[in-house]
Design a protein around this ligand. Structure first.
Ligand code: FES
Length: 507
């Protein structure tokens, strides 16, 4: 399977999904869903089961985005602790998020059972560990707030990990699975009950007349009563682009020399935190470790993050070798809760689900529950709390807006000389940089054969200047997280077009 990066994740050794259809359906659809990750596929299946006629369009292929790069922790202990949700919202909100996270795991279990999906779904205990007094105080607050929202959390006397801790808590009824085995099966069942999936179909825009949407795509137009963006951040320019900050996170899957694989989901309280679990794939056991997160486009040497993560794991585990390493992207919401519901500034029948933080499997699945209720009943019990239209704290919004970086306005016309650019950039094979050349700003990459690839670094979204991600060999935008291959091809939005390619000649 393909993914939005150079590295291969533990999950990708599956054959690509082959949709039954290659062209858009001729008739009007009830709902068009954009994006073939866990959010889009679960939502499409739920809506189709509820009697809606649905088409899911995916610019690349099923699992291409973050779902193909997750570490697939199914947890009710969310990245935004319940005490923080209570402080920022209220107690009822904290309680609702706990119930929502439980319902997401319940829905995954019920889908696995109903469709007989073989995705290694298993229930595990989760552990959160504190390694010093300051972290122990934080752990106490997290534990107490988990108990206040009636989650099965207790003090832990021991944790199945060699990593250091002075205090820990345990939470029951967490789970894990193989995310691509799960969504590939859901996609199959969605088609089996009449849904359409169209690959290589990029949405380019839409218009609305009398509540009927005409959705324009690279494969033609399709009419629909409702549209859902399940693309993380939606395209265009929207308030959500200033409320959701893109982050990269890193994962490795290692083989251990011994048998010390933890039979649990384990987290520490470092900032950014580390997380561990074990997964068997095709008869082989792996320890999956994750962490080293940073804001997208704000790290000079992303490859170094893998080295740091590996060094951390090797310090405590007897590692034989690193079998896989990969990174992926998520969006951190300004106030700690995701945005699921009507997309502000758009017709009432346009919806979005984004800002999942590090809880994409849970909030992606929960989005299906919420969006299905909103579309079929006109309301959801979580609608107001998670509505993207909710009042935003201005202080948080200001912080997220500052995530932006250099804005580039240069237009690059004509062609550029390869020898002169070579001289100006001085790149070794496999290196990239943004260079100033004859008053122009050029993003250059020299591939392993010595060929230069030049693109305009101005991100087509709103012209922030992209930065090089040497781990995934991509140009990443620090403002809202668009990503592009080294040849400028769009990997993930919100941009809806490629970086401008620059014509290079030998003179
Ligand atoms: Fe918004 Fe690049 S993603 S400017």
């Amino acid at each position: 399977m393909k993914r939005d990066g150079f590295n291969v994740s533990l999950w990708q050794g599956r054959p690509a999904f082959i949709p039954k259809n290659t062209t858009l359906p001729a008739g009007k659809q009830d709902v068009v869903i954009v994006g073939g990750g866990i959010t889009g596929i679960t939502t499409a299946l739920q809506l189709q089961k509820a009697g809606k006629k649905c088409t899911l369009i995916e610019a690349q292929e099923i699992g291409f985005g973050t779902t193909g790069g997750t570490t697939a922790h199914l947890n009710t202990m969310m990245d935004t602790p319940y005490y923080e949700i209570r402080q920022k919202f209220n107690s009822e909100a904290a309680d609702k998020i706990a119930r929502l996270s439980e319902s997401a795991i319940t829905l995954i279990r019920s889908n696995v059972k109903e469709y007989g999906i073989d995705c290694s779904l298993s229930t595990k205990p989760g552990y959160l560990c504190a390694k010093d007094d300051k972290q122990a105080d934080l752990l106490d607050k997290i534990l107490q707030s988990c108990q206040e929202v009636h989650l099965p959390a207790t003090c832990a006397t021991s944790v199945p990990t060699p990593t250091p801790y002075i205090k820990a808590m345990q939470i029951q009824e967490q789970a894990q699975f193989h995310p691509l085995d799960y969504i590939l099966a859901l996609a199959q069942h969605f088609e089996a009950i009449g849904g359409h999936i169209i690959h290589d179909c990029r949405m380019t825009g839409f218009s609305e007349e009398d509540k009927l949407l005409t959705i324009q795509t690279s494969k033609g137009d399709v009419k629909a009563d409702a549209l859902i963006y399940a693309t993380h951040i939606p395209p265009g320019v929207n308030m959500l682009h200033f409320l959701c900050a893109p982050y990269r996170t890193y994962a490795i899957a290692v083989k251990l020399k011994g048998d010390n694989y933890p039979d649990a989901l384990i987290y520490d309280l470092d900032d950014p935190y580390h997380y561990f679990r074990t997964q068997e794939v095709d008869g082989e056991r792996y320890l999956i470790a994750g962490g080293e997160d940073h804001k997208t486009g704000h790290e000079e040497n992303t490859h170094e993050r893998f080295k740091c993560l590996e060094a951390y794991v090797r310090k405590y585990y007897d590692v034989d070798h690193v079998a896989y390493q990969w990174s992926s992207q998520y969006y951190e919401p300004a106030d700690g809760l995701p945005y699921i519901g009507h997309l502000p500034g758009n017709p009432d029948n346009v919806y979005v689900a984004t800002g999942f933080g590090g809880n994409g499997m849970i909030y992606g699945t929960a989005s299906a529950v919420i969006l299905t209720a909103l579309i079929t009943k006109g309301e959801s019990e979580y609608g107001t709390l998670l509505s993207p239209d909710r009042v935003k704290p201005m202080a948080s919004m200001g912080n997220v807006m500052k995530e932006g970086a250099t804005v580039t306005k240069d237009m690059i016309t004509g062609w550029l000389s390869i020898p002169k650019l070579e001289e100006a950039a001085g790149l070794a094979k496999g290196e990239a940089k943004v260079v100033k050349y004859e008053g122009k700003t050029v993003a250059l990459y020299k591939d392993n054969n010595g060929a230069l690839h030049a693109v305009n670094p101005a991100c087509p979204h709103i012209k922030c200047s992209v930065g090089w991600n040497n781990a995934e060999k991509s140009w990443d935008c620090p403002c809202h997280g668009s990503r592009f291959s080294y040849t400028g091809e769009l990997l993930t939005g919100p941009s809806s077009s490629d970086l401008e390619k620059i014509d290079l000649r030998e003179e």
